[in-house]
Design a protein around this ligand. Sequence first.
Ligand code: NAD
Ligand code: DAU
Length: 349
Amino acid sequence: MKNILITGGAGFIGSHVVRLFVKQFPNDSIYNLDALTYAGNLANLSDIENSNNYNFLHADIQDLEKLREIFKEKNITHVIHLAAESHVDRSITDPLAFVKTNVLGTTNLLQAAKEHWEDNFSDKLFYHVSTDEVYGSLGDTGFFYEDTAYDPRSPYSASKASSDHFVRAFHHTYGMPIVISNCSNNYGPNHFPEKLIPLMINNIIQNKPLPVYGEGLNVRDWLYVIDHARAIECIFSKGKDGETYNIGGFNEWTNIDLVHLLCDTMDKKLGRFKGESRKLITYVKDRAGHDLRYAIDATKLKNELGWEPSLQFEEGLGKTIDWFLANEEWLASVTSGAYMNYYNEMYNS
Ligand code: NAD
Ligand code: DAU
């Protein structure tokens, strides 16, 4: 029986990972450790919160003593680490917050695991969830592979790259069993509306301007969040010690084409006339140091572990829009209060 600590389980991707593990591994104990920052929301897990094998632990990964207690009390055997500051724009305004959680917090977690496991690593695993942004920015062609040299360019990606290095350092120095995955942009239910797709969906619903950075020509590679959770389960169960796996959907879109698709799909769903939502598009000042293009080659994961995305983009986007339209209460609750302060600072100053 495993005691699996999933960090950041109240966030967007973490909540889908927790749900999958709680359902798929009824004989294991799943511990969701989360500090409940602005991005963490226990309502994301209301459907499984009473499951016998699920427990929530309110803790901050910056607090090493607390982590030591948790590892000991719960006899944690496996870690899936997702807790992070995750938004590039926030990292530009407050880089230190990203160092504290993403670099120091990850190293605390590694240290607590190492101490508890007392360098006896049989049947243990530290799985670190990372991002394709550590590889930097691509030109018009090419892909990120597992051996692409790191070249992070934002405070967010620099902090994630640093955390990846610490995870590998614990593997090489102490022999800790680890796997790392680097995934492309996720979208889907429960996505916090500071990120492109949910922010645009929310603004279209509310008839607010749709702020496209620069000329809208930056390219992202989008993957449905449940397919990311499936990939994490696949790597957790079948990945090889010390390996890195890239996760992506071979699904590249320029931001402006994606916003057009969102507008046209939502016009139909909301019964608006064709082209109505496109009128809301507003080009705004570009993001500082804006990476041009990300594109993941996920061939290794497909060939070695048999994972493939399950959904085509249009289908996933349709499901996502339907989820937001059916969960306006969720949307209203996460966009009240502090969100509006963030939004006004970010888009109206
Ligand atoms: P998110 O911002 O939605 O959620 C982050 C979660 O971590 C929240 O529940 C928050 O409360 C928690 N958290 C933050 N700081 C914490 C701390 N100090 N201690 C404990 N908990 C803390 O993030 P997400 O988009 O779900 O991303 C999850 C992970 O996946 C991150 O590591 C991110 O780098 C990585 N990732 C995200 C994407 C993406 O497209 N969103 C793509 C690839 C990788
Ligand atoms: O690639 C994986 C990464 O994807 C994850 O590691 C990050 O946690 C996640 O936030 C995401 O980073 P991006 O910066 O790519 O995502 P974001 O949704 O913030 O922006 C996507 C693109 O849309 C990017 O080119 C910037 C642009 N954009 C974003 C916002 C919020 C806009 O044009 N307008 C906006 O209002």
